[in-house]
Design a protein around this ligand. Structure first.
Ligand code: MSP
Length: 500
């Protein structure tokens, strides 16, 4: 038990929330919900990235000021997260005063450390990435490797962060903190970037006004990535509330996509080291959720609105799909057929059907009163193995494995019922034992599945007669076999997951 601070990337407000954003945010939410079950004091941060050229251009195109533009889009993210049952404790917008104060303090700290110097930048810039590229990195025809759009040539006086000085310090730091980036192969990508040599990067612009002025030279505004990364500290009080900052920093997990490894695993720890702050304790790097083989993005025009999908399979169905379908770290392919197949297979046929079946037989054979489980049930070991698997998987930020492990208990319980056929037997102790075991398995599954299924897990909990909130249960005690007391009213109710 301890404190646990997790962040998602802050999303650019040039696009509305889409499935790619939802994927990263739901994964972070599920990890936070798991940590709360473990008894941690959790702080879960998300927000929006509102400065920079990309937003300025999008606002210009819409005939609005960038602030008006951001003010319209940021609430769409807040609403989307509320609709998807995201349990964030805070939502930071980089146009907030608390953020500006902290960014300026961080800039000043790096400047005072001698790690920021004036220079001239001439280079090719992708506005969609807000990133300069070298000729070797660009695709033929000067196209950005990520957005496949033409880069722009910029030349201006910029301040530079002396990243080149940090190669050894970063390598030493990562050597002393093995496993801080999961999955491991993504950690190796980050180390490869560092070993490959580090170029100083520009941290200011004079051609742009939409940003935070440098405290020592206000003609310049901070480069959007320097500004954006700082959200992880400004939101917890850096520059405004030192005691709060010390309570939450260093962060336990930055959830990020593979496209922003360089910023988060190279630039960011170097910036922190420069300012005399501790680097993050952990990063969890996800792959892309592809749609038709392409990264979903506004620029590619293949965006899926997550809220449209919840109309069909519910919030739980959608959350379950994104968590269960893709191995975190790898790319995943979103398909509508996959969504429906997961829903029907894992949720309707497995979980929903088990609950309905048990409730029906308890109604017929036990007058609707759920019996207690047997201490020596054959399902007890299965439950212990499922729990251990879930613990290990969540610790590695592998929700699909955690859910697979949880579902192994459901499958074993369904098989156990098939083997014992309590619906055919006369009422009595044998039937009660089998049903008590199945109810106990459902109780444990309700807890273990609750990071994914925020509503259905509570419904299972209540239908088997338990009081209180499933989210208030604590592990490991909650997963110990024998917690279902028996003597509770079991209700069948409407199907939990009507088949699609
Ligand atoms: N604003 C920056 C992040 C700053 S964090 C200090 C940014 N924003 S973004 O809105 O373009 O995307 C943020 C993140 O959303 C990506 O890095 C990735 O984690 C996630 N995803 C966006 N599209 C995605 C997919 N199609 N698939 C999976 N994740 C994706 O970059």
């Amino acid at each position: 038990m301890g404190r646990f601070y997790l962040t998602t990337p802050i999303y650019y407000v040039n696009a509305k929330p889409h499935l790619g954003h939802a994927y990263t945010t739901i994964t972070g939410d599920a990890v936070c919900r798991w940590q709360r079950l473990l008894g941690d004091d959790v702080h879960f941060l998300t927000g929006t990235d509102e400065h920079g050229l990309k937003i300025q251009q999008a606002a210009d195109a819409a005939g609005k000021t960038p602030q008006q533009f951001a003010d319209e889009i940021a609430p769409l993210f807040q609403d989307a997260w509320r609709s998807l049952d995201i349990s964030n404790d805070d939502f930071i917008r980089t146009t907030e005063a608390r953020h500006k104060v902290g960014v300026q303090q961080l800039l000043q700290a790096c400047y005072d450390a001698g790690d920021i110097e004036l220079g001239v930048y001439a280079g090719k810039y992708c506005v969609a990435c807000e990133e300069y590229y070298t000729d070797e990195e660009l695709l033929e025809g000067d196209l950005c490797p990520i957005h496949k759009r033409t880069v722009e040539f910029f030349e201006e006086e910029n301040y530079f962060f002396k990243l080149s000085r940090f190669q050894d310090r970063l390598l030493d730091w990562y050597a002393a903190h093995p496993g801080s980036i999961v999955p491991e192969f993504r950690g190796n990508e980050a180390l490869g970037l560092i070993r490959g040599g580090l170029r100083d990067f520009s941290i200011s612009r004079t051609s742009l006004k939409w940003g935070i002025p440098l405290p020592w030279d206000p003609k310049h505004v901070a480069y959007v990535w320097f500004d954006a990364l700082a959200n992880y500290i400004t939101a917890v009080g850096y520059g405004t509330d030192q005691a709060r900052f010390e309570q939450w920093w260093p962060v336990d997990r930055h959830m990020i996509g593979k496209d922003i490894i360089r910023h988060h695993c190279v630039y960011w720890p170097a910036m922190l080291l420069s300012a005399g702050l501790e680097p993050p304790r952990g990063w969890a790097v996800g792959g892309w959720l592809l749609s038709g083989g392409e990264k979903m993005s506004k620029t590619s025009g293949n965006v899926v609105n997550p809220l449209d999908l919840t109309d069909e399979v519910g919030v739980d169905g959608f959350r379950y799909y994104v968590l269960a379908e893709t191995t975190y770290g790898q790319d995943g392919d979103f398909t509508y057929e996959g969504l429906v197949a997961r829903y029907n297979g894992d949720l309707a046929n497995n979980l929903g059907n088990l609950l309905a079946r048990v409730a029906t037989v308890v109604g017929k054979k036990c007058e609707g009163v759920g019996p207690a489980p047997r201490p020596d049930s054959p399902l007890a070991d299965v439950a212990a193995t499922a729990y251990a698997g879930a613990v290990a998987a969540w610790a590695d930020v592998q929700p699909s494995r955690a859910l697979e492990s949880t579902w192994s208990l459901l499958r074993a319980t369904n098989a156990y019922l098939e083997a014992n056929e309590p619906w055919k037997a006369e009422p009595g102790p044998a039937v009660e034992a089998v049903l008590g075991d199945a109810l106990e398995a459902l109780r444990i599954v309700a807890i273990l599945a609750s990071p994914a299924l925020t509503t259905a897990s509570q419904a299972v909990w209540e239908r088997i007669g338990l009081d209180g909130a499933v989210a208030d249960q604590r592990l490991p005690a909650g997963a110990a076999w024998g917690g279902y007391p028996g003597g509770l009213t079991v209700t069948k109710g409407e199907p939990l997951f009507p088949r699609q």
